[in-house]
Design a protein around this ligand. Structure first.
Ligand code: PEP
Ligand code: MG
Length: 542
């Protein structure tokens, strides 16, 4: 039995087999070969395997996200059969006498660059598809596991590091836990693990030899145990059962109010979600609404810009699933760690301080307007509010309002129904804190993004694991900023919530109530623990 300790992201226990996930960005070597015909045969065999993988993924996607959204995998299958593409690979093998992996990788890069340089937006977006199919082919040629769909039991996923775009595409029903060597506890991958309600460890020295072996992930101690002995397994199974019982006890709070013991103070308790499917977990945990739908995950899951119709369907489904409860949808917040290939964003020296979120939306108005149209159309089917990320000025809010009005006018002219939605801004930059009084007069609500606000107030990159110990969301600067935002928001007439991870910090629940916070939005699994904490507070003792 081997044990390794790292940092835990989510306190829970998982027991299962290790699935070793390897990045699709393989180091492909340029190896000389003697027999080009033999390499071309390997290429053809790999193509057959890749197509059958895509078949399986397509079938699964049709069931989970519908035929329209699954269509991309059919496109990938067709591309794998494209004669120009296959001829170019075979020619490289024959002319340069190189291995098939190298020929696929270079042809893939060349074709992707060619598509990316085209003027037509649709063709440009095909660059990501070419990269995707080439990576799949290379993975098959190298005999690497990339097809989680082929797994028949849920697994503990071990990886060097995971990007949000990789995490979001994984089959959640097959995941028991994440264990990674790199990554920070404030990253979006960590946030996704919490939303998915699975234990996750970072900072573990991983080893490929663990592949397929039995393991236990203990999210309480931050330990992963490979090849656990029977005695340890028994202890952990018992602890897991104990956990389950505690969760059962909390479930008695479903349907109860989020109010203090003396009944004097109540708050709204909402859930953070990253996908349409997460509404199930928000409802199962009795969230009163959705306080943050990170809409950018729709973009991260996709291999090209999601169309207005696709987005409309997603927002409408969330609104309908929540049945009239409040649903706050945040507009696109990509950039920094959330990179989307088809946006073709330049590499930046300081991505966290770079071209991201509302800055992209205000300069690429076509993308912004498509999303706003989809959101407004969906507003007719439920109780949607729209929230804007990374705001730093009143002028930005004015620009947003003007664009929103433009979109409303267009919809009206087309006779398309929409509601007059509430709008709010995320308070996650020091600038927004300082001008919160003015911002409060402009919008209906604030939601404090403590993840970014801590990063920017303390000048600590939330992605850098070396700085985890310095990243202190309890820092007086953060708590004072919060009080200032609450007071200024109220002065201006805006209600104020928290949707950063700090909202779920049970040691601060009472402090938030005292500060006058109106709403907390937390990962679905934290809804009932926060309700429990609020119900234990007593304002007569303050
Ligand atoms: C935040 O910054 O606190 C927030 C909620 O947004 P995200 O974590 O997606 O940046
Ligand atoms: Mg943020």
């Amino acid at each position: 039995m081997e044990q390794y300790t790292g940092k835990s992201i989510f306190k829970k226990i998982a027991i299962g087999r290790v699935y070793f996930y390897e990045k699709s960005e393989y180091q492909v070597k340029r190896e000389k070969i003697e027999d080009p015909e033999q390499e071309i045969k390997r290429l053809e065999a790999a193509k057959v395997v890749a197509i059958s993988q895509l078949d399986r993924i397509y079938q699964k996607a049709v069931k989970e996200v519908g035929e329209d959204n699954a269509a991309v995998f059919e496109v990938h299958k067709m591309m794998l059969d494209d004669e120009d593409y296959l001829d170019a690979i075979s020619n490289t093998i024959q002319d340069e006498k190189v291995c098939a992996e190298y020929a696929v990788a270079t042809t893939g890069d060349n074709f992707a660059a060619m598509f990316a340089a085209m003027d037509d937006e649709y063709m440009k977006a095909r660059a990501a598809d070419i990269k995707d199919i080439s990576e799949r082919l290379v993975a098959v040629l190298l005999g690497r596991d990339t097809d989680m769909g082929a797994l028949d039991e849920p697994v503990i996923l071990v990886a060097d590091d995971l990007a949000p775009s990789e995490t979001v595409q994984m089959d959640k029903s097959k995941l028991l836990a994440f264990v990674t060597e790199h990554g920070s506890s404030n990253s979006h991958t960590a946030i996704l693990a919490r939303t998915m309600n699975i234990p996750a460890l970072i900072g573990i020295p991983i080893n490929r030899e663990w592949r397929g072996r039995m393991a236990v992930v203990d999210g309480y101690t931050g330990t992963v145990t490979i090849d656990p002995d029977e005695k340890y397994l028994e202890t952990m199974r018992a602890q897991k059962e104990e956990d389950e019982k505690k969760r059962q006890l909390l479930s008695e709070l479903k349907g109860k109010e989020t109010v203090t013991a003396d009944g004097k103070k109540s708050i709204h308790l909402y859930a953070n979600i990253g996908s349409v499917a997460d509404t199930a977990s928000a409802l199962a945990n009795d969230a009163e609404g959705i306080g943050l739908f990170r809409s950018e995950f729709l973009y991260l899951e996709s291999s090209t810009y999601p169309s207005e119709e696709e987005q409309f369907q997603a927002y409408k489904t969330v609104a309908q699933n929540m049945g009239g409860k409040k649903v706050i949808i945040r507009t696109l917040d990509i950039g920094a760690d959330k990179q989307v290939d088809y946006f073709n964003l330049d590499k930046e020296d300081n991505p966290a301080l770079g071209y991201r979120a509302i800055r992209i939306c205000l300069t690429r108005k076509d993308i912004f307007k498509t999303q706003l149209r989809a959101l407004l159309r969906a507003s007719a089917y439920g109780n949607i509010s729209i929230m804007f990320p990374m705001i730093i000025s009143v002028d930005e809010v004015h620009q947003i309002k003007a664009i929103l009005q433009e979109v409303k006018d267009e919809l009206k002219a087309e006779g398309i129904e929409y509601k007059d939605v509430e709008i709010g801004v995320m308070i996650e930059t020091p600038a927004a804190v300082m001008i919160s009084e003015e911002l409060g007069r402009e919008v209906d609500f604030f939601s404090v993004g403590t993840n970014d606000l801590t990063q920017y107030l303390l000048a600590i990159d939330r992605q850098n694991p070396k700085l985890d110990e310095f990243y202190d969301p309890h820092h007086p600067a953060v708590l004072r900023a919060l009080q200032m935002v609450i007071d200024n928001g109220h002065k201006g007439g805006a209600w104020v919530g928290i949707c950063g991870e700090l909202g779920a910090d049970l040691t601060l629940t009472e402090t938030f109530l005292k500060m006058g916070v109106d709403e907390l939005s937390v990962s679905p699994t934290f809804v009932l623990p926060v309700r429990d904490a609020v119900r234990r507070c007593d304002t007569t003792k303050w």
